[in-house]
Design a protein around this ligand. Structure first.
Ligand code: NAD
Length: 465
C-alpha cells in the first residue's frame, strides 16, 4: 500500500520504517524541516535499537522516503497515519492542536478515498472530532474513513514491539476499513517477515500471532489510556509495597517477586525504584484523569498512583542526604539520564528530575548515559560535567547514583570504580543490584526498597512529574 506518516518522532519514524520493511511504500513527513533534512541524509533524530539499519535498508530499497512536501505525500497515499505529539497542557489535558492542524491539512490536500489512522494517544471521542473536521474542510470531493489504531510500542524496544505485538487494536466504523487495516498488518498477523532484530524468519524469532481486536473508535482510544494507567498503577503499587517492606525490614524485591509469580498478576512492572517517567505514562495518566473528570467520573485511584510516583525522587534525595549529611560542595557521580534503558529520551525522566533537584545544592555532578547525553546537555545547566565513559563519573565522588537501569552498568569494573571514589557509596534508584552484591566489594550500598527508608508522614514536596 502507499502510506503517509505524519510526525517523524519515536512513534512515526519507527512505525514508518517497520511498515516499509513489511513491503509498503511509505512517505514520512514532519513540520520540522531540519529533522526531515537530517533523515534524508541518514541522520536519525532519536536512538532506537535496530532502527538505523532498518531506515537505511528501506531507503535504499526505495520503499521509505522522507519529505517536507506533506500535501503531495497525503495526496498520493491510500492511508495516512497521524503520529504527531499530544503533549500535556498546563491542566494535564492532552493538547490536540497538532492533531487538529494535521487533520485540516489532510482535508485540504486529499482527493479520493482515504483511510485516516490515528496513532497519537488521544482522549475518548477524538476520532469523532477528526471525522467532523475532515468533513467540514474536505476539498476535491474526498471521502474518509477514520480509524483509531493506538500504539503500544515501548521506547527502547520499538522495532521489536512492531513485529511482536501482543495485540493490534483497530477502532473503526465499517467492515471495509477493518479489512484494509487487516491487509495493512497482514505480514505481522501471519508472521510473513524476516525479523530485523534477530535477522531470522518470524517463525524462528519467538513470533506469536498477535490478537486482532476490532472495536469502536472511542473504545480503542480508551483502551490505550486504560492500559497505560494500569501499568502506571502497577509501578506505584510496587513502590508503595517497597516502602512498607523497608519499614517492616522485609526484602521488597523478594516480596514483589512473590506477588508477580502469580500468573494473574505477572512480574512485569513490579520493580521498585524512582518511578515512571517518559513522554507517555505521566502525561497519559494526567490526560486520563481529565478525560474521566470530563465524563463525570472522579478517578481517585489514579490520583493516588500519581501522588505515589511524585514522591519517589524526593524520597531518593532524602535517602542520599541521610548518607551524606550535607550535599553542598560534594562531587556525585550519576549513571543514567534517560527515562529508561534502550532510549535517548529524557522527557519527564526521573533521572533528570533527580539531577535537577541535586543541582539546587551547589554540588558537582559528573554524569554519564550511553545514549542520552546530547539531550541531557540541552536541558541541564552548564555546570554539569559530562563524562566520556561510565567509570569517569566515580572520579573523586562521594557517591555514585544509579538512575537508569542500563544493563551495562552492572558489568562495570566496580572494583576500579571504588578505587576512583572518595567514599564508596552507591545509591541505586533502579534496583540494578541486589543487596550484598556491591557490599561484597567493599561498597556502602542502599536502594529504594532495600535498606531503611527515610519515611516521613508529611511527604516532601513532589519534585517529579
Ligand atoms: N513515545 C512513545 O513511546 C509512544 C508510545 C505510544 C504512543 N505514543 C503517542 O504517540 C504520539 C507521538 O509520540 P512521539 O513520542 O512519537 O512524539 P515525538 O514528539 O517524538 O514526535 C512527534 C512528531 O510530530 C511532529 N509534528 C508535530 N506537529 C506536527 C504537524 N503539524 N505536522 C507534522 N508533524 C508534526 C513533531 O515535529 C515531532 O517530530 C503521542 O500522542 C504519544 O503519546 C508515544
Amino acid at each position: 500500500m502507499e502510506l503517509c506518516i505524519i510526525g517523524a518522532g519515536y512513534v512515526g519514524l519507527t512505525t514508518g520504517a517497520c511498515l516499509s520493511e513489511i513491503g509498503h511504500h511509505v512517505a514520512v513527513t514532519d513540520c520540522d524541516a531540519a529533522k526531515i533534512a537530517d533523515l534524508e541524509r541518514g541522520r536519525l533524530p532519536i536512538y532506537e535499537e535496530f532502527l538505523q539499519p532498518l531506515v537505511e535498508g528501506n531507503q535504499a530499497a526505495g520503499r521509505l522516503r522522507f519529505t517536507t512536501e506533506a500535501p503531495a505525500a497525503i495526496a498520493a497515499a491510500e492511508a495516512i497515519f497521524v503520529c504527531v505529539g499530544t503533549p500535556p497542557d498546563r491542566d494535564g489535558k492532552a493538547n490536540l492542536a497538532a492533531v487538529e492542524r494535521v487533520t485540516r491539512q489532510i482535508a485540504e490536500c486529499a482527493a479520493g478515498h482515504k483511510l485516516i489512522i490515528g496513532k497519537s494517544t488521544v482522549p475518548a471521542r477524538t476520532a469523532e472530532h477528526i471525522r467532523r473536521t475532515l468533513d467540514t474542510f474536505a476539498r476535491n470531493r474526498a471521502s474518509f474513513e477514520v480509524v483509531s489504531n493506538p500504539e503500544f510500542l515501548r521506547e527502547g524496544t520499538g522495532v521489536y514491539d512492531f513485529f511482536h505485538p501482543d495485540r493490534i487494536v483497530v477502532g473503526c466504523d465499517t467492515a471495509a476499513a477493518a479489512a484494509r487495516m487487516r491487509e495493512l498488518y497482514r505480514p505481522v498477523l501471519e508472521g510473513l517477515f524476516q525479523c530485523p532484530c534477530h535477522a531470522r524468519p518470524a517463525a524462528d524469532c519467538g513470533w506469536h500471532a498477535p490478537a486482532w481486536m476490532e472495536t469502536s473508535t472511542t473504545s480503542a482510544e480508551l483502551i490505550k489510556h486504560a492500559a497505560n494507567s494500569f501499568l502506571s498503577l502497577k509501578i506505584s503499587y510496587a513502590n508503595a509495597i517497597a516502602d512498607i517492606c523497608e519499614l517492616a525490614g522485609a526484602d521488597a524485591l523478594a516480596v514483589l517477586r512473590g506477588i508477580g509469580l502469580d500468573r494473574r498478576i505477572g512480574e512485569a512492572f513490579l520493580r521498585p525504584g524512582l518511578g515512571f517517567g517518559g513522554f507517555c505514562f505521566p502525561k497519559d495518566l494526567s490526560a486520563f484523569l481529565e478525560i474521566a473528570a470530563e465524563l463525570g467520573y472522579d478517578f481517585r485511584l489514579l490520583r493516588e498512583v500519581q501522588a505515589i510516583n511524585a514522591e519517589r525522587v524526593a524520597l531518593f534525595v532524602r535517602k542520599l542526604r541521610e548518607s551524606l549529611w550535607v550535599l553542598e560542595d560534594k562531587t556525585l557521580g550519576v549513571l543514567g539520564l534517560a527515562f529508561k534503558p534502550g532510549t535517548d529520551d529524557t522527557r519527564l525522566s526521573p533521572a533528570m528530575a533527580v539531577a535537577h533537584e541535586l543541582l539546587k545544592h551547589k554540588l558537582r555532578l559528573q554524569v554519564y548515559d550511553p545514549k542520552a547525553m546530547e539531550r541531557a546537555r540541552a536541558e541541564l545547566p552548564p555546570e554539569v560535567v559530562y563524562c566520556g565513559h561510565p567509570e569517569a563519573v566515580a572520579e573523586g565522588a562521594e557517591a555514585v547514583l544509579i538512575l537508569t537501569e542500563w544493563p551495562e552498568f552492572r558489568a562495570l569494573d566496580w572494583t576500579a570504580m571504588k578505587a576512583r571514589m572518595l567514599r564508596p557509596l552507591v545509591l541505586d534508584g533502579r534496583n540494578l543490584f541486589r543487596a550484598g552484591e556491591l557490599e561484597a566489594l567493599g561498597f556502602e550500598y542502599a536502594a529504594l526498597g532495600q535498606g531503611v527508608v527515610a519515611h516521613t508522614t508529611s511527604a516532601a514536596a513532589p519534585v517529579t512529574s
